[in-house]
Design a protein around this ligand. Sequence first.
Ligand code: ADP
Ligand code: MG
Length: 278
Amino acid sequence: MIDLKQIEIKDLVFSYDGKVNALDGVSLSIQKGDYVSIIGHNGSGKSTLAKLLIGLMEVTSGEIIIENQTLSLENVYDIRRKLAIVFQNPDNQFIGSTVRDDMAFGLENRQFEPEEMDAIIEAYARRVRMQDYLDHEPTKLSGGQKQRVAIAGVLSMKPEVLILDEATSMLDPKGRKEVNDLVHELHESREMTILSITHDIEEVIISDYIIVMNQGKVYMEGKPEDILVRIDELTEIGLDIPFNVKFYLAMKEKGVDLKTPFDVKGMVNTLWQYTSKK
Ligand code: ADP
Ligand code: MG
């Protein structure tokens, strides 16, 4: 059987100050091509995990294995090429004075002919529907546009894993939708594994797998339908339960089986049939 495990983390411990462990024995594995959501309240260690994955800091103990290679000082630059990260604040990730320049900076270390570089930039800008903004100043774009440019920039480096660390949390609903739609398209194409650290429950619902972090540990993990219905445990660590899940469970208690909380249209139909029979 082919091993589809792309990332494997074993007993990962990390401390910023040598006293408190920000990550306290995390073990998990991530399958190639999956869309994985990482949730958990502030300070649970999500960003620390992301920073360790891209080799920004050295692990205190434990192992990060990416495509069968253990991350170490020797291979950190090779491995880092496989992963790309987009952060929360869209303003902190631009160096170029135009969108085109900015994307060009990212490609600088690769040896491309100028025309080839232009074609690559155009193609990726088109992919995120920002091709008409190549000569615009990044600082003057909307939040959603900025994040799409940032995503285009990292996509042009052809990562195998895209990490989004609360990439939509500072955006307005429109910007959030623009970025989410793009992430869904990327997931559909299965070109890359997507690791999304997010508080956006609508996103969490549609991912393939959820990892719940609490106090530097994996609190629970599994498919959305198995995790999001564990209301008591989620509430215990201060996480909100999606309205549709609450509604589904409340109806179930009343004897109405809506089958799944994840198909809102289906729920409405079932409910409609039920009430019209009454
Ligand atoms: P999350 O992304 O889930 O909000 P973080 O990984 O940022 O959590 O933080 C985990 C823990 O590590 C928190 O207790 C936080 O205060 C601490 N921490 C995060 N960054 C630093 C830092 N640069 N220096 C010291 N402590 C940090
Ligand atoms: Mg964080």
